[in-house]
Design a protein around this ligand. Structure first.
Ligand code: PLP
Length: 409
């Protein structure tokens, strides 16, 4: 079900017209649908209902405090990669026994914090990290539950910059190193190996790489004879950003996981980010200028790459739609760009678009994951507001940063 769609010619977020929100909030701003967030979470958990996994929302994809609180209410755990994300997830009410701590470069302080807070698993990515967790745990008189992150050398056929499971990627340990570390951990007195984790990348739309990962994991289980209490399959489930994209067939993935789990006494953990948050939001922006050059028409928005980095960073595709459709269509070489002083501050190229003018509003679609969480103050611009719509109501869930707070340091 889509909660952000056109109703006649007006883009609506649930029962709110997006245009009416521009009268209340200064553009640009992120606008979310709560119903979409919940529906995505329930769709995910429904697809895997046979195995009842622990779903740890990947906080890096969207760390808005209110959204985390909403996800907590419907049973989500959290996948965190920093002290900040851990503390935020805890503050949002997520129980630490539903939090996994991932990341290739956890610091001393972060490990201490994760141990003190008793997270479910610290997913380690190197032998040095295992030694450090063991040492800190000893000092703190604790036995810490850990997982080992496997690098299965499987490429998820996604954008190179969001691929993490190939042998040249910095993440995890290859199969042999993984098996060797499993053996060494037996001699480490203050860590308890409970999990095996993997995450091969993001925006994967085909089940084949996931299936291949499971067979590598089966190989490790056979070799080590360890009955892992948890197998954490990470995130990476792809969504559709355009009509051309197909989204991952979750039911097909669930069948593969159901088969894998048969006869094992293991709890599956997932860390979905994009699948839960991706299509929950639009970035509402105003057209400041329309500028014609020899070959192109630049449509200059008040949102820039500092507000939404994905197109500049990954060449990621996000559709742009007018908040109010005009029945007249314009044809040309339209380039939707932001105001930032970088040529890469470009969102989309289009040959046709609904007729628009300076001062009109547009929505950049499917920006709920890795949108606000990648925002920055580049060009000394404030972090923009986030608005949550629920039915015909709306509320501010992040205040636009003030210019004063920005210029004082
Ligand atoms: C370890 C880990 N888990 C989960 C995720 C979430 O991925 P996605 O948003 O594609 O589901 C990421 C994202 O890169 C990650 O690095």
């Amino acid at each position: 079900m889509n909660y952000i769609k056109f109703s006649k010619n007006n883009l609506s977020v649930e029962k709110m017209s997006a245009l009416s929100l521009t009268k209340k909030y200064k553009t640009p701003f992120y606008c979310y649908s709560l119903a979409q967030l919940k529906s995505n979470f329930y769709n995910f958990s429904n697809a895997f209902k046979q195995i009842k996994p622990l779903i740890c929302f990947s906080v890096k994809s969207n760390s808005n405090f209110h959204l985390l609180k909403e996800l907590k209410k419907i049973g989500s755990g959290a996948d965190v990669v920093s002290a900040g994300e851990l503390l935020k997830a805890i503050k949002a009410g997520i129980q630490t026994k539903k939090i996994v701590f991932s990341g290739v470069g956890k610091t001393n302080e972060e490990i201490k914090l994760a141990i003190a807070k008793k997270v479910l698993l610290i997913n380690m990515e190197s032998e040095s990290e295992a030694n450090l967790i063991n040492k800190i745990s000893k000092k703190m008189s604790r036995i810490t539950s850990v997982g080992i992150r496997l690098n299965p050398n499987i490429i998820g056929k996604t954008n190179k910059k969001i691929s993490t499971g190939g042998k040249d990627d910095k993440f995890g340990l290859n199969k042999n190193d993984c098996i060797n570390l499993c053996k060494k951990i037996n001699k480490m007195t203050n860590i308890k190996l409970e999990g095996l984790s993997v995450h091969i990348g993001s925006q994967i739309t085909n089940t084949k790489p996931f299936k291949n990962v499971l067979s590598v994991i089966d190989g490790i289980i056979k070799k080590t004879k360890i009955n892992f209490k948890f197998i954490d399959l990470g995130g990476g489930m792809g969504i559709s950003y355009s009509k051309k994209d197909k989204k991952l067939n979750l039911n097909q993935y669930a069948k593969i996981v159901n088969k894998f789990i048969k006869n094992k006494k293991t709890k599956i953990i997932f860390e979905p980010g994009r699948f839960i948050a991706g299509n929950t939001s639009i970035l509402v922006s105003k057209i400041i200028y329309i500028k014609k050059s020899d070959k192109k028409t630049f449509i200059i928005l008040d949102a820039g790459m500092n507000d939404l980095l994905r197109p500049a960073l990954y060449n990621a595709h996000h559709n742009i739609v007018p908040l109010v459709k005009n029945n007249k269509i314009m044809k040309g070489n339209f380039e939707f760009v932001g105001p930032i002083c970088e040529s890469s501050d470009k969102f989309l190229v289009q040959k046709t678009f609904s007729k628009i003018r300076e001062g009109d509003y547009v929505g950049i679609t499917d920006v709920g994951a890795y949108g606000m969480s990648l925002a920055s103050n580049y060009n000394t611009r404030p972090i923009i507001a986030e608005v949550l719509v629920h039915g015909s109501g709306h509320k501010l869930i992040r205040k636009r940063q003030s210019l004063e707070s920005l210029i004082n340091n």
